[in-house]
Design a protein around this ligand. Structure first.
Ligand SMILES: [Zn+2]
Length: 178
């Protein structure tokens, strides 16, 4: 009887161990993991602050665009807020956004701000709010330019770049807004 119980306990332990195997994405309480870093140049600051919306549909493309296409991997701070610059353009919430930007700009000696807005943004109520693609484009690019103007007034020496991204069948398209 004892040996049956012993076998049963060993079996249960194995099941538990196997259950944990391969689930590193879900850390158990009191366990730790390390993500290794490609040690580049040691820095105490970074050049760029990037603004994006929180929208999950653009998250991966944003990282690829910023890291690979803009080539600033490891050299930027990243603020994601719902609606991207919606709350910066809105006078009633602008001060809250600025209080956060200020910290980054001063702490990391930021020289450039990149703003990436996107179509079909929940912060604006989605594409359907605008009635047409052109109306949405005009509205969003106007807001991006307003955000740039607001930032320039606050930080006249910073370079500010604007992008509008669109979800297409081929992937996420980025367009520079002048
Ligand atoms: Zn959005």
């Amino acid at each position: 009887m004892k040996s049956i119980l012993k076998t049963f306990y060993i079996f249960c332990t194995l099941i538990l161990l196997l259950g944990c195997y391969g689930k590193e994405g879900l850390l158990l309480n009191n366990t730790k993991t390390i993500v290794t870093l490609d040690k580049g140049e040691e820095r105490s600051d970074c050049d760029t602050l990037v603004f994006t919306c929180i929208d999950y549909r653009f998250a991966f493309a944003n990282q690829e665009f910023i890291n690979k296409k803009l080539g600033i991997e490891g050299n930027y701070d990243h603020i994601s807020i719902p609606g991207s610059i919606y709350n910066l353009v809105d006078p009633s919430t602008r001060d809250i956004v600025f209080s956060k930007i200020n910290k980054f700009v001063n702490f990391h000696l930021i020289k450039r701000i990149i703003i990436i807005g996107h179509r079909d943004c929940g912060g604006y109520g989605g594409s359907s709010e605008f009635g047409s693609e052109i109306a949405e484009y005009v509205y969003l690019t106007t807001d991006l330019k307003k955000a740039k103007q607001i930032l320039i007034e606050k930080y006249p020496i910073l370079e500010i770049d604007l992008y509008l991204e669109t979800l297409t069948k081929e992937g996420v398209q980025f367009e520079k807004v002048k």
